[in-house]
Design a protein around this ligand. Sequence first.
Ligand code: SAM
Length: 259
Amino acid sequence: MANRERPAGDVDYEQHGAGYARVRRPDPRIAARVHAALGDARTVVNVGAGAGSYEPADRYVLAVEPSAAMRAQRPAGAAPALDATAEHLPFDDAAFDAAMATVTVHQWRDVEQGLRELRRVSRGPVVLLTFDAVALQDFWLAEYLPHVFAAELTRFPSIDRLVACLGEGSAHVRVDPVAVPWDCVDGFGEAFYGRPEELLRPEVRRATSGIALADADAARRGLDRLARDLASGAWDERHGHLRGLPERVGALRLVVADA
Ligand SMILES: C[S@@+](CC[C@H](N)C(=O)[O-])C[C@H]1O[C@@H](n2cnc3c(N)ncnc32)[C@H](O)[C@@H]1O
């Protein structure tokens, strides 16, 4: 195991990671977008791999994941996971056909260094799944947890910053919005845009790092207010149309850099 005194990211998954894999399961529709972006890569490194969400099952995958609690939640048969960080990938240059990193860049200590490493070890595309924190401010949950959403603005690297870093040299980088289906099985905050009651479940809150990191009393007050608005019908008056919306384009983005 790597000799690491502090967690590799801003969340201590040894403390917060238990139960993550039950709530944060890969959504097959989002997975299809990630896998398409990997093109015809046969070998893939998945960095910040967590419990293995979005890893393709039909290619050779090697995972990199610094948290033992997360590695322990990888299902039997998942790709092997190395204890390392994005900033120092223990691989030769161009060792893989593609590199991927899903919902993790916001936790890295040095985003530029991590992305340079992904670029270095991939001879093909680099595929990121992440959130645009500016677009995230439009999500109705920001009314209830303004401190959480304000913090996400500084926590998530901007999409422009990711594009600039991945585009160093001559790589072409594209940014595609990813629609979130109403019944999304990956339990990130926006996944519950039309199912607000789910956000009141403690395990859902624990699996969302923005809430887990926030001031606990303020988060509880905000979610108590949400519970009251759901009970009184106030939430439905403002946002009830979302209960029947089959998908919503929010803040989820696929950032893909060509070789
Ligand atoms: C929100 S989880 C996402 C896991 C998985 N990729 C997914 O899509 O569900 C973020 C992961 O990034 C990992 N992480 C944090 N800092 C990291 C770093 N510097 N390098 C690589 N991974 C890191 C965490 O341990 C955690 O497992």
